[in-house]
Design a protein around this ligand. Sequence first.
Ligand code: CTP
Length: 139
Amino acid sequence: MKLYTGGTFDLFHYGHMQFLKNCKRLSRRVIVSLNTDEFIEEYKGKKPFLSFEERKKSILMSGCADEVIENSGGSDSKPAILSVKPDIIAIGDDWCKRDYYKQMDFTQEWLDEREILLIYLPYTRDISTTDIIKRVKNS
Ligand code: CTP
């Protein structure tokens, strides 16, 4: 059983850890598809604070994920997903209010054909990278 999750994971914090630990409860193998610095800059209009290698090391050193790969397709997550062939794709439920299918550039039919189950895990309240950046800026 393999679980795939995509994200940026900048300024790695306990919300990220809780999310990955919940992923681990669902699957023996957790693979993080990490957004590249270039894609983040293109998508958010600014570079992440920690580089790809720094973000990758933070995730791996936490012991919360088994492998970190590059989200090579950028806004098209399908190439990275196909390279992993997961049974499950997990994402925080902050995405329930937004169109995760559009974000990942796949459809329910595409997932069904590959027998991939998309699940939403509870987002940890009161902590996010955006919030940490705001706090630092206001300090
Ligand atoms: N996540 C979570 N709880 C948090 C923060 C993140 O469950 N408090 C989950 C997200 O839902 C996602 C993964 O961790 O599945 C990576 O999230 P990411 O967007 O990189 O982290 P955020 O801290 O939410 O960053 P930002 O504020 O830039 O959106």
